[in-house]
Ligand binder design. Structure first.
Ligand SMILES: Nc1ncnc2c1ncn2[C@@H]1O[C@H](COP(=O)(O)OP(=O)(O)OP(=O)(O)O)[C@@H](O)[C@H]1O
Ligand SMILES: [Mg+2]
Length: 235
């Protein structure tokens, strides 16, 4: 079942940032979202996840509108979200992070065991405070926290920004595995998105709170094409 966003408007208080954004997230695919700093990518993801109120437009999943639902209920509907910042509990151990995130969800204990198998580094670090993890380990934990809820759709906001290449490669291959298993993934891509575009189907370019282009993701891998698309929106 695909997640369907149409004409989405939202922002902070009275300040409108998104001016009618469309986004379709099919299962078994990675959908890339890119655009310049401040374009509204994170605002879009926070609004879908219910962290910001919808001013107008629709968010539909499994035949229901998610507009007006709480973040917890959206999570329970199967939409997982890994925010760009503050995405773990720094003072809790890795194990307690996973436990805290599992409390609201049925069947989560089994999924905690599953994420510890999927991400062996977290099993190794189980008794360490999240604040002592490396950037890559912390993002792995943040993804694991979203998976504990058992999502069908996973929204990742720049999960590999600033990470060592080995962790970028690991996260890319884990997320590709999740998509192959059926998950619909939205990936807000960072500065060097080639590895992610290579495994994505559709790329949405967002600029100034609007859809700028909707392209086949791999078409952006042609030499100079990505720069061209991003420069175009900055003019
Ligand atoms: N908490 C907030 N309160 C008010 N305005 C905000 C808040 N967070 C972001 N904004 C504004 O909303 C606009 C869009 O920001 P957003 O974080 O969605 O951009 P982005 O595309 O995710 O950028 P980046 O690539 O830097 O992550 C910016 O003008 C930003 O200043
Ligand atoms: Mg952002």
């Amino acid at each position: 079942m695909q997640l369907e966003i149409t004409g989405l408007r939202s922002g902070y208080g009275k300040v409108q940032i998104l001016h009618g954004v469309d986004l379709t997230v099919p299962p078994r695919e990675i959908t890339a979202v890119l655009g310049p700093n401040g374009a509204g990518k994170s605002t879009l993801m926070k609004t879908i996840a219910g962290h910001l109120p919808v001013m107008a437009g629709e968010i539909r999943y499994r035949g229901n509108s998610l507009v007006g639902h709480t973040a917890l209920s959206i999570c329970k509907e199967g939409i997982g979200f890994v925010p760009q910042d503050h995405n773990v509990f720094p003072s809790l151990t890795v194990r307690d992070n996973l436990h805290a995130s599992s409390l609201a969800f049925e069947g989560a204990d089994e999924r905690v065991a599953e994420v510890l198998r999927r991400f062996p580094i977290l099993a190794e670090r189980a008794n360490q405070a999240a604040s002592t993890l490396s950037g890559g380990e912390r993002q792995t934990l943040a993804i694991a926290l979203a998976l504990v809820a058992g999502p069908d759709i996973l929204i990742l906001d720049e999960p590999t920004a600033g990470l060592a290449p080995i962790f970028v490669d690991r996260i890319v291959s884990w997320v590709r595995e999740l998509a192959e298993e059926g998950m619909g993934v939205v990936w807000v891509v960072e500065q060097n998105p080639e590895k992610i575009l290579a495994i994505s189907e559709t790329a949405y370019v967002i600029d100034a709170g609007r859809n700028s282009e909707i392209l086949e993701a791999r078409s952006l891998l042609a030499p100079g094409r990505l720069e061209e698309v991003l420069l175009q929106v900055q003019e």
